[in-house]
Design a protein around this ligand. Structure first.
Ligand code: CA
Length: 231
């Protein structure tokens, strides 16, 4: 297995060095960038397995960088953890809406950082056993590109597969229609929000026979959530 490459985008050198030291010791391959421009060059040169992005950067905010990466089909799947000095709850929501997979407030311990990185990598499939995620009788095989419900293969269109794949790798969290459009459809401006509802319906229909359709939940006035907890 090759080492996961982690790109650290942080303008303060002491913090950057400290993070790099901790990551290398944990066995990660580390790339460093001091601003968003350098980060874009690094991403184009050698796609990272995960990015740590500081919120306050000299040329552009880390949030804006995250939004840009999410718009590009080539980079929208890269897991991103935002690093910030701001501890406010509102900032946390903004960070996640901008497309970050997780969020850490400085100062944090190297151990905590490694644990969060591993959790995000597992969730997004990069560390899953052979790229498989299993939740309540539903198996997502990201390598074989198939889904098993109660042990039987389920027939999906490519959009339903991407949608389920995104939801299963980001469980227990509510996503609005516009967030799903951004993350699953890549922010294509021509797609209407109700398109999401159409594909959610198809997804549930395909899962109905196995009873797994209840895992894809509607949260009224907010959006959709994948959850093994039935309400
Ligand atoms: Ca900074």
């Amino acid at each position: 297995m090759t080492e996961t490459r982690i790109l650290v985008v942080e303008d303060e050198q002491p913090i950057r060095d400290l993070i790099a030291f901790g990551l290398r010791r944990a066995g990660f391959d580390v790339a460093l960038a001091a601003d968003c421009k350098a980060a874009r060059v690094c991403v184009a040169d050698h796609r990272p397995g995960l990015m740590l992005v500081d919120w306050m950067l000299p040329d552009m905010s880390g949030l804006e960088l995250t939004r840009q990466l999410r718009k590009d089909p080539d980079t929208r799947d890269i897991p991103i953890i935002m690093l910030t000095a701001r501890a406010g709850e509102a900032d946390k929501v903004t960070g996640l809406e901008g497309g970050a997979d997780d969020y850490m407030t400085k100062p944090f311990s190297p151990r905590e950082l490694i644990a969060r990185i591993q959790a995000v990598l597992r969730r997004t499939g990069a560390l899953g056993e052979h790229g498989r995620i299993v939740v309540a009788g539903l198996t997502l095989d990201q390598v074989g590109h198939r889904v098993l419900a109660a042990g039987r293969p389920v027939d999906f269109g490519p959009t339903e597969f991407r949608l389920l794949s995104f939801l299963m790798t980001h469980p227990e969290r509510v996503y609005s229609r516009s967030q799903l459009l951004n993350r699953v459809w890549g922010g294509d401006v021509d797609v209407e929000e109700r398109t999401v509802d159409v594909h959610i319906r198809r997804l549930r229909k395909a899962l109905e026979a196995s009873g797994c359709d209840c895992l894809v939940q509607t949260v009224r006035g907010a959006g959709y959530r994948f959850s093994a907890r039935v309400e």
